[in-house]
Design a protein around this ligand. Structure first.
Ligand SMILES: N[C@@H](CCC(=O)N[C@@H](CS)C(=O)NCC(=O)O)C(=O)O
Length: 200
């Protein structure tokens, strides 16, 4: 398998982390999104949406979308429940991640890390902070009585939400007001094997 990726991307990290946990060999192709490398004709032929991550399977099929990649890779492993409702609950949290969490927390992080001081994009930060904190509040409440997002073990739902939550401080978010989220982050990081987002 071949993973088209960008090392600083939390979406890419989801796939990298699960591949590492599964011990699945793969080639990682780094595309610099800041230099438009996901928008070349060659890459658009693989993923017309021009974004990473995208997983190229051995038969040449290309699967984009980080959470779809997680579900594909996790099939038959401890990270994807067999139970029908539990599987749907994994999807529930992965859709939440894509609609309520990533568009605010990941985007705030991107703006702070990759746009210069004074960029007009910085005007988006207060709204992103409000929406991101709302998402963190939903997570905090869910984790009041739970160790993991679905059932009693780590799943693709946790991996999807961990990716940008554990670096939310880089988007200007203060996690000190979310003790359940902090405890859950430590729990996810202690599930072995683990790699940091900086590991390619
Ligand atoms: N919903 C997609 C989002 C992918 C995405 O936004 N990727 C960013 C990096 S995190 C990207 O490739 N940006 C480059 C571009 O838009 O040209 C997923 O979860 O994989």
């Amino acid at each position: 398998m071949r993973l088209y990726d960008f090392l600083d991307s939390g979406n890419g990290y989801k796939a990298r982390l699960l591949l590492h946990k599964l011990g699945s060999p793969y080639d990682r192709i780094e595309l610099d999104i800041l230099e438009g490398e996901t928008r070349t004709e060659a890459f658009l032929a693989k993923n017309p949406n021009g974004r990473v991550p995208a997983l190229e399977l051995d038969d040449g099929t290309v699967l984009p979308e980080s959470n779809a990649i997680l579900v594909y890779l996790a099939e038959g492993s401890r990270f994807l429940p067999q139970d029908r409702l539990a599987r749907a609950q994994c999807l529930q949290w992965m859709f939440f991640e894509q609609y309520n969490h990533e568009p605010s927390i990941a985007v705030a992080r991107y703006i702070l890390r990759h746009t210069p001081d004074g960029s007009p994009r910085r005007a988006e930060l207060p709204t992103l902070a409000e929406k991101g904190n709302a998402a963190l509040g939903v997570m905090e409440r869910h984790l009041e009585s739970r160790q993991y997002f679905v059932g009693d073990q780590l799943s693709v739902a946790d991996i999807a939400l961990y990716a940008y939550t554990h670096v939310a401080d880089q988007g200007g978010f203060d996690l000190s007001g979310y003790p359940n989220v902090q405890a859950w982050l430590a729990r996810v990081a202690s599930d072995s094997p683990h790699i940091p987002i900086t590991a390619g």
